[in-house]
Structure formats: C-alpha cells, structure tokens
Design a protein around this ligand. Structure first.
Ligand code: HEM
Length: 176
C-alpha cells in the first residue's frame, strides 16, 4: 500500500526536484566601473584661461622699456620744444636720468622695479614747464614707442598712466 502511494507521488517529487534545480541565482549587481566612481574634479587645468599679461610684460619687460627710453631721450634731445631744459643732462647725469625713467616706467606698468628718484613735483620744481612742453614730451615718448614697435593699445595705456603726473610737473600756464 505504502509503496503504491510512493509510486503515485513520484511524478510530483520529480517535478519539484526539476523546478528547484532550474531556479536561477539572482543576478549580482555589477561593480561600478572606475570611470563612474571618479570624483568630479572640475574642468581640466589646460582649459583654464591664462592670467592676463601685465603692461610691463606686453612692453617686452626691462629690455623693451630700455629700447623705448633710449629712443625717447634721442627724440627729446632733438625736439626744440623741450631740448633746452636738458642741455646739462649729459654723461653720468644722462645715465642716471635714463635709469630713473626706465625704473619709473617699469613700476607704473606693473613691473618688478622700484623707482628711487625724486617725486615729480620736486624733480621739476622751478623749471616753469608749460602744458605745451608736457604735450611735446609725451609726443616724443609716443614716437619712441612707435619706433620700438610697441602696439597702439600699449602706447595708449602708457600715456594714460603718465597723464596724472601733469599736475605735479606743469607750473607755467604760459603756452611756449
Ligand atoms: C610725463 C612727463 C614726464 C615724466 C614722466 C618725467 C620724468 C622725470 C624723471 C623720472 C626725472 C628724474 C628725477 C630724478 O632725477 O630724481 C625727471 C627729471 C627731469 N625732467 Fe622730467 N618728466 C616729465 C616731463 C618733463 C618735461 C615736460 C620737462 C621739460 C620740458 C622735463 C624736464 C626734466 C629735467 C630737466 C629733468 C632733470 C634731468 C637731469 O637730471 O639732468 N620733464 N623727469
């Protein structure tokens, strides 16, 4: 009797066994790829805009400024509007004057130099310099910058830096 029952239930056991074996393992969550877990560090460094160049650098640094000052002094010596004021500026005095001019231009354009000369009021005291002479000297400087191949934008920036010195340098309102 028991054997008959077992025989009758055999197909059911067989069915359960097949079902248990065929049951699939749940799929494992895949490991995230390294690229997906990398921390976002912002844009790559090469995408960052370079810092703007100082006016000093755009003038060609100390070498560029020296070239401008050499030409400027030549122009001043040939300019009848201003050259009488410089008749005694020769030899070591001329060298010191050029160094002071170069240091001043380096400093006002953002360079590493320190101007160690007199302040503009004391340096020009008693010279009775007129607006016309100031303008003539600025033209001599512009001419020198053009000769030294300084760009138009840089020439304008240099002149703008020196323009405020007019009120300390000009004493005479007389047009010469
Ligand atoms: C933007 C205008 C100017 C600038 C930036 C300038 C700058 C200077 C500097 C840095 C010095 C040297 C100061 C020192 O020795 O400690 C100087 C001296 C002098 N400047 Fe000017 N200057 C200007 C305009 C003028 C003008 C318009 C004149 C005359 C027409 C003039 C005549 C002189 C003279 C005669 C000296 C003395 C030179 C020497 O040592 O023999 N400057 N100036």
């Amino acid at each position: 009797m028991r054997a008959r029952i077992l025989l009758a239930l055999f197909p059911l056991f067989a069915l359960l066994a097949v079902a248990a074996c065929g049951k699939k393992k749940p799929p494992e969550t895949p490991e995230p790829a390294i690229a997906e877990v990398a921390v976002d560090a912002g844009p790559p460094v090469e995408d960052a805009a370079p810092p703007p160049k100082s006016l000093f650098d755009r003038l060609g640094g100390n070498d560029g400024i020296k070239a401008v000052i050499d030409k400027f002094v030549e122009n001043v010596q040939q300019d009848p509007a201003v050259n009488k004021s410089f008749k005694n500026t020769k030899g070591p005095k001329l060298d010191a004057f050029k160094k002071n001019l170069a240091d001043q231009m380096c400093e006002v354009t953002g360079g590493p130099c320190k101007y160690a000369g007199k302040d503009m009021k004391s340096a020009h005291k008693g010279m009775k310099i007129s607006d016309a002479q100031f303008d003539a000297l600025v033209m001599d400087l512009k001419l020198a910058m053009g000769e030294a191949k300084v760009g138009d934008a840089e020439q304008t920036e240099v002149v703008e830096k020196l323009a405020p010195l007019r009120e300390d340098i000009v004493e005479s309102k007389k047009k010469k």
